[in-house]
Design a protein around this ligand. Sequence first.
Ligand code: HEM
Length: 506
Amino acid sequence: MDLLLVEKTLLGLFIAVVGAIFISKLRGKKFKLPPGPIPVPVFGNWLQVGDDLNHRNLTDMAKKFGDMFLLRMGQRNLVVVSSPDLAKDVLHTQGVEFGSRTRNVVFDIFTGKGQDMVFTVYGEHWRKMRRIMTVPFFTNKVVQQYRYGWEDEAAHVVEDVRKNPEAATNGIVLRRRLQLLMYNNMYRIMFDRRFESEEDPLFIKLKALNGERSRLAQSFEYNYGDFIPILRPFLRGYLKICKQVKEKRLQLFKDYFVEERKKLASTTKSMNNEGLKCAIDHILDAQQKGEINEDNVLYIVENINVAAIETTLWSIEWGIAELVNHQEIQNKLRRELDTVLGHGVQVTEPDIQKLPYLQAVVKETLRLRMAIPLLVPHMNLHEAKLGGFDIPAESKILVNAWWLANNPSNWKNPEEFRPERFLEEEAKVEANGNDFRYLPFGVGRRSCPGIILALPILGITIGRLVQNFELLPPPGQSKIDTTEKGGQFSLHILKHSTIVAKPRSL
Ligand code: HEM
């Protein structure tokens, strides 16, 4: 470490201490801040609470400090909300005030300082991006156009697993094949493209870059530079890697997908036919009209790669893991599929509405194993009021949606995986946010527009696997490991378990 850097840092620290004391005195007089642990200058509560602010640690803090509490993480204010009423206030009643997203050093790199949709502040740019993305991605027409593709992808998985002798004996890491399915489901919508196999070199490259982007963004490693800006020089190496990954990734999207599609469009007339347009054609139309620029186009592709593929894949993986560990539930689901559709008749998208137990299994998976347990962090651009407290401008607001859906004061035995709850005492609760205890996709302005695609994909994929296979733990094991791994705001299974898939006779 060079001495000049250390000197500068120490001087910066000194100025920050004096500044923090001064500001906290001023603020103490003016603001009625939410409760929370007592902060120390510069570091705030960071040294007390550490880096790993996952949904479970934040739940423990909520038990101590209440349904709303404030953490000072260096210079950042972090407000954590843990009751249905406060969630309603943040996401619905004051949806505009709390409808922005926080920026941080790493996300700024990956989103070009909010040139995308998911991480941009609430305002003109967000509205425009949401409007432009709606027709190509988020309507029932898209579901009806692409459901055959999703059914086809699920059929390919069934075929591949049936062909693999290992699957029925020692088991396979099913997730690997399901990852290809999710890429194909989304790349068909975006580019009318699919990857033939897990060995496809382009798929391998894409998967590696997306994986790297996720790891870098979800890691807690860079918190110090985000919380205490004067420490940012120490993050130089990390940020350099982020920039390299971002550039390589956008270049890959551009060279292999966007430009390819443009070439195809210029050589065929078929693209004038509305029915054959894929998402990128609509997005490029918007670029041609001057509504968005080329970077925005690439950031839309970036957002779909992250928001759509991983979240849905994690949820499928969780669903399968719970079904492997709860054989009686798996059998009941299989009985429903056999009875309603007939033995061997493959489930399709319109069938899902006739299959209440399948829907309940999906809902229960999203409740207990919420892929985005803290939603995507919200932010208030201006000073605001919440639950009688003052919230300083630009606070990061985390809604602990996992705890809302797993709090024993609100749910019967929430730690149990019991889909029946959604047919019995919680029969009226939907995944679209009609109940503020259950928000796997959020609710309100910044809620997930992809719910319209995610639910049928989950139903088709889980349904087909259960229809065609008996899903079991590997030999010698009675359960598979469902240890969780949380990131900045993600929750996935730690180990991609080996699963035995015994084909059923059709
Ligand atoms: C099981 C799968 C999925 C889950 C659990 C999920 C969950 C979520 C959640 C919790 C949010 C943030 C809500 C908030 O901050 O209040 C979100 C945002 C978003 N999701 Fe999803 N999502 C899933 C699938 C998808 C899919 C398939 C797509 C696209 C095709 C998608 C696109 C988006 C976008 C664009 C946003 C940002 C919305 C905004 O900031 O305005 N998601 N999602």
